[in-house]
Design a protein around this ligand. Sequence first.
Ligand code: FAD
Length: 556
Amino acid sequence: MAATKRAFIVGGVAGGASCAARLRRLDEQIEIVLLDRGPYVSFANCGLPYYVGDVIQEEAKLLVATPELFRKRFNIDVRTQHEVLSIDRGAREIEVRDLVSGRRYREKYDVLVLSPGAAAIRPPLPGIDLPGIFTLRTVPDSRKIREWIDARSARRAVIVGGGFIGLEMAENLVHRGIEVTIVEMANQLMPPLDPEMAEFVHQRLKTHAERLQLGDAVAAFEADAEGRLTVRTQKGGAFPADMVILSIGVRPETTLAREAGLEIGVRGGIHVDDQMRTSDPNIWAVGDAVESRSVITGVPELIPLAGPANRQGRIAAEVISGRDSRFRGLQGTAVCGFFGIVVAMTGATEKALKRAGVTGFQAVYLHPGHHVGYYPGAKPIHIKLLFNLKDGRILGAQAVGEEGVERRVDVIAMAMQMGGTVFDLEGAELCYAPQYGAAKDPVNVCGMAAANVVRGDVELADWNGLPGSHALILDVRDPHEFENGTIEGATNIPLGQLRERLEELPQDQEIWITCGVGQRAYYACRLLTQRGFKARNLSGGYESYRAWYPHGVQAV
Ligand code: FAD
């Protein structure tokens, strides 16, 4: 069958491979060539930390699909170790170099799809090119790290950057018996989280004795005569290491696009429309290399995740095949697990909302168990839910815990995708049996707490206003709980005595109410406001306070 047109796809992993396979399913006649400068296509980048950690023991398991499979099953011409050097948009040609033979050649395209991904950032610091300093992006990168660990019998590692990949690497190196120090420039791990939510991560990580150097940046790398490394920080820290992993983020791979004169967006990614078309109507771009609008704020974002890259690849293929598919935007739904902690998020954080100039939102904090308390083994999930105060639209959720975390965030993510509100969460019908959840699932409870605020049934106090607040702080827990720790300066009246002791409370002063996790405080708020007091709930109660204030962390 003669080909109707020629499609070239640059980059054969998440976005590129998805695009190629979808394109073939939709168009049997088009010629498809998938080019990658690396030795593999369709490999599992997300599995690389676990290969380093020996959790995944065979390299072959990382190869999701081989060039042979693409050829046989999809009639796709896969050319690994072929780098695309340039795009001649006028002639509709690309220049390619075969990295094995060194041969350069040109190919004519009708359709070009760019999915070149992102490059790990290597800051130009003194000593950055010393042996033993690694980034992790590809299968060969992970192989090099494994070989180094084995050859040097590595015992100590410094991880620069405490985000998703840094923390996954920390867990995997510890799994290999390596002592890990994490140096992070921000004052928090997991920079995508709001700082008060990251505090739950810090607390858990400290119990694993990993050394955390927060709020400090690397100044230089040094090596002694035996090649042993020292990582020096701006605050004067000196951390000896047998190896260093740089995981300080990625930047979109835009060289080809820039040099071809394609439009680059405000965040530095390739500019595309919602059909993944670049500023050239014959060229599409997808994945980590492009910027897309946030579904929440409408602001262009770079969110390097496998899910969006795959979906964008499919959408580009559909549009190329004549369908009217559109990318709905980035929601940033992500999960990461390390040392038994699970961190998941979806939508905007409070800092992202503020950066985008969004106002009129509110946050509730909750700490429900992942299943009912009476069934053994319930673990708390710390949740922050952000929502629009006027209509209850869900803007984002962050959760940290050990069990059932990603399930709750996935449910909220789906509700958001359907344009859902806190009222939808309140009324959601979800799975329940004692070992899995509760008749009022954490998702329902989040919805109820937020819906109470939107309906005006309760007002929330501002955690950031606590220091120097003129409000009376009222703790409605039982005396034995109060004695074990409370908010500084708080007065204790247990909820069960509140009705009888109303005369002890001021009518002309705000009363900010706290309890264990916010539930009894909510009951107290309802009681007091109906009796004419100005009461507000400190959302999340003492559990929130205890996590944040002793560490000087404030809500955003
Ligand atoms: P990539 O998958 O990076 O593919 C780009 C390909 O293009 C590369 O193979 C590259 O060699 C090739 N290329 C670039 N330039 C050229 C050129 N000029 N010529 C030829 N070929 C070229 N995301 C998640 O959602 N969950 C996770 O748990 C997760 N874990 C991760 C762990 C690690 C260690 C890494 C590195 C990433 C992880 N990600 C995760 C991110 C996810 O892998 C990426 O978002 C996704 O792979 C992006 O897809 P892409 O197609 O844009 O780019």
